[in-house]
Design a protein around this ligand. Structure first.
Ligand code: CMP
Length: 140
């Protein structure tokens, strides 16, 4: 499988509980390299645009409110099959359905406060990385 890059967010519930190091350790110990990372406080406009694909969903407004409720860490992760590997490391969106050992099983508080976001396809990864990072900020 090819080396890929994927986009990741450590969400406000993770920064609030000081879990960024514990979550990054999960990525690094399972073969993903953090090639870009910054801590930001998303604006409402940024969160609305980032989650635009979900704008018709009933949870959209709550999702935007949550994602702007505190700092997040946006990241680019690199490795063999990084997009799928990251989704395996994160576990299911709803922590009630997440496998043992995954980030969401260990750390998520709810389907909304689920600690991490990860791109779900190569197309999404490219778009999401470009939304938050300049090419010069990715250092492999
Ligand atoms: P994420 O991978 O960031 O993409 C969209 C987010 O919407 C998802 O993770 C969840 O945290 C959040 N969300 C909140 N409610 C729901 C829901 N009912 N179904 C799916 N996603 C939800």
């Amino acid at each position: 499988m090819a080396i890929e890059r994927t986009f990741s967010i450590l969400k406000p519930d993770a920064t609030r509980r000081n879990l960024t190091g514990a979550i990054n350790a999960k990525f690094e110990s399972q073969g993903l390299r953090i090639v870009a990372q910054k801590r930001i406080h998303m604006t409402t406009a940024q969160a609305e645009a980032f989650y635009g694909a979900h704008s018709a969903r009933g949870f959209f407004r709550d999702l935007v409110t949550f994602m702007t409720s505190g700092p997040v860490v946006v990241q680019v992760l690199e490795g063999e099959g990084a997009i799928l590997k990251n989704r395996e490391i994160m576990g299911a969106t709803n922590p009630a359905n997440a496998d043992a050992g995954t980030i969401r099983k260990e750390f998520a508080e709810s389907i909304e406060a689920n600690s991490v976001h990860g791109s779900d396809s190569p197309e999404a990864a490219a778009a999401e990385i470009a939304y938050f990072f300049a090419g010069t900020e990715l250092v492999g």
